[in-house]
Design a protein around this ligand. Structure first.
Ligand SMILES: Cc1cc2nc3c(=O)[nH]c(=O)nc-3n(C[C@H](O)[C@H](O)[C@H](O)COP(=O)(O)O)c2cc1C
Length: 268
């Protein structure tokens, strides 16, 4: 998106909130007290859109976007959010059916909103859209796992499971999402955090939509170890696979939350 700010002068109340909230100080008042980029401001701007989000008068447009098209801010109900966090489970049993297309659209829309370091667009997501495509990935996985003599715990477990008729890697999930990162674009130190934050948001949102999810180290290790499997994930060049989460309509229903021991927290 082109970085630009446009002010509706008839609405601007000259409060300077856009200037105050700008992390890189790329906005200033002009002689009429109308906000504008400082010289070279478009290069400094990180495109976070705080200026548009904070404007009390809806006078500031970022990148040609109409502020009236933004959703009203809402933080939901904290009790409901906590219940979602406590209710989320790792799901290892799935219905053998595709995730509805509308649900995939909702997940896709949401993925534009998790934060990334420096607000840089560093991530790529591959979503397996059909159970048929998933079956192809599973087939290639177990063909290669059975051929492999590698001294890898996951490959040994997968082979052992397969010989007993169990899919311990994908757990029968009809879909999964892969997140990859362009490390050359990511802010140093954020290249591992950005993908995990995105999947953490997705994890909770997917479960609120009635999907099951599973952070899957086994699938990640397989994709990292077996090039034929990784190729099926269609990760663009220059992107490094970071994590895989299984997705699908659950074939299991939890009746209550777990009861964890308190977290290890010290108030200092
Ligand atoms: C980073 C990460 C990797 C995981 N990898 C696997 C996996 O490969 N296979 C699996 O069955 N569960 C996996 N899990 C699920 C954990 O076993 C699970 O989160 C834990 O047992 C707690 O259960 P809960 O998520 O339902 O609270 C993983 C979880 C995380 C956070």
């Amino acid at each position: 998106m082109k970085k630009s700010i446009t002010i509706d002068k008839s609405k601007c109340i000259h409060c300077g909130m856009c200037i105050k909230d700008c992390i890189v100080n790329c906005i200033e008042f002009d002689s009429e007290k109308i906000p504008k980029y400082v010289d070279g401001g478009d290069k400094m701007c990180i495109g976070c859109q705080h200026c548009m989000a904070i404007c009390p008068a809806g006078a500031l447009s970022f990148g040609g976007k109409n502020p009236d098209d933004s959703d009203p801010v809402g933080y939901g109900n904290s009790d409901d959010l906590l219940r979602l966090i406590k209710s989320r489970r790792s799901v290892r049993f799935y219905k053998n059916k595709d995730i509805p297309a509308e649900t995939i659209d909702k997940l896709t829309d949401m993925l534009a909103y998790p934060p990334t370091g420096g607000n840089v667009d560093t991530l790529h997501f591959s979503i397996v859209g059909t159970a048929e495509k998933m079956r192809e990935i599973i087939k290639v996985t177990y063909e290669k796992v059975c051929e492999s003599n590698r001294d890898s715990t996951v490959i040994k477990f997968a082979k052992d499971g397969y010989n007993k008729g169990k899919d311990i890697v994908y757990r029968g999930a009809p879909s999964m999402i892969t997140v990859s990162v362009d490390k050359s674009k990511a802010i140093a130190g954020c290249e591992n955090a950005d993908p995990i934050i995105a999947l953490s948001y997705l994890d909770l949102y997917a479960q609120s939509l009635g999907l099951g999810t599973l952070w899957c180290d086994a699938a990640l290790t397989i994709a990292q170890d077996i090039p034929e499997v990784k190729a099926l994930l269609e990760i663009p060049e220059n992107y490094t696979l970071n994590y895989i989460m299984l997705l699908g309509v659950p074939n299991v229903k939890y009746q209550r939350t777990v009861q964890r021991e308190p977290a290890n927290v010290k108030i200092i």
